[in-house]
Design a protein. Structure first.
Length: 233
């Protein structure tokens, strides 16, 4: 079974076509990176998958409509806006979403290393720490599909490595299908099972080593870009 099946997806806002007849499948249990320039429709794609905007075409999530599948989907936004002066600890923040935390939820906190932050105020967290908290919050709902909108944005190199290790762990150990918007082309080249390249149309779709050709990069970004090895030592 595919985790996600998108057929002829089009999104038009006003007079602007944001996505134009986009079709692709996401294999259950895979890790997928959605890439493309600013304004290419990446976040709009996620909004359509979450059923937040009207669209033409068909979206199936685990063979169900978006509305019927939402209890199986977790989402971490690109920006989480809140008043950083609020005196709320990480433990309290997570308890708002899941007041009766189970043993499984405590294991999620341990795996994401959020238990180390329990007594810290949300407003005092670094970008990488906050992302781990938001991911833990999403995982507590036991999703089968996790959507991450540029989750590594604003995270330093050390935090980025921790983040990618965490996402790989969630994907491999728990079998959670992951779709992640990213601008880190060199990182996802080695990290993702599948690349979905958008520029309003679907430019490419497939294993990154096959899909990310020089021609595709030119078509996406309008300039020559090379994908080079990008590994943390």
């Amino acid at each position: 079974m595919n985790a996600v099946s998108v057929k002829n997806l089009s999104v038009v806002l006003g007079e602007n076509t944001i996505l134009n007849h986009v079709s692709f499948d996401v294999t259950k249990g895979s890790l997928n990176a959605v890439i493309g320039p600013n304004g290419s429709g990446k976040t709009t794609l996620f909004k359509a998958l979450l059923g937040l905007i009207p669209f033409d075409g068909t979206i199936k999530i685990f063979d169900k409509s978006t509305k019927d599948a939402m209890n199986r989907v977790g989402y971490v936004p690109q920006h989480f806006d809140f008043d950083r002066t609020l005196p709320i600890t990480v433990r309290e923040f997570l308890s708002f979403a899941k007041p009766d935390q189970s043993k499984q939820d405590k294991e999620v906190c341990h795996e994401t290393k959020v238990d180390e932050l329990n007594d810290k105020l949300i407003g005092q967290l670094s970008g990488g720490q906050l992302q781990r908290v938001l991911i833990a919050n999403a995982l507590m709902r036991n999703p089968k599909l996790l959507l991450l909108d540029e989750p590594a944005a604003g995270i330093d190199m050390e935090g980025e490595k921790v983040f990618y290790d965490l996402i790989g762990h969630v994907n491999k150990k728990h079998g959670v299908t992951i779709m992640m918007i990213s601008h880190e082309i060199n990182m996802v080249y080695h990290f993702a099972d599948q690349i979905i390249c958008l520029n309003r149309d679907l430019v490419c779709n497939g294993p990154p080593q096959e899909a990310l050709t020089r021609e595709v990069m030119d078509k996406l970004y309008g300039e020559r870009m090379d994908v080079c090895d990008h590994r943390h030592v």
